[in-house]
Write a new protein. Sequence first.
Length: 80
Amino acid sequence: MAKKLKPAKIVDVRGTICPGSLWEMLIAYKDAKIGDIIAVYSSDPDIKNDAPEWIEKSKNELVGVYDRDGYYEVLMRKSN
């Protein structure tokens, strides 16, 4: 049975447009510990591309990008 991920931090930026959504994710990243899962909830469709791009460039782990009911959820694991 798959283990359900429990985010250490949820960043709810629904109603905010980029770069605000990404900026709030970066603030949460700085405060997180190695191994922490950060969830970002955003209604801005740009987050689907912007967040994974930054996560890859920063050598962290993209857990997933999910289309939820009226918003997107991005999950990342802090690796460094």
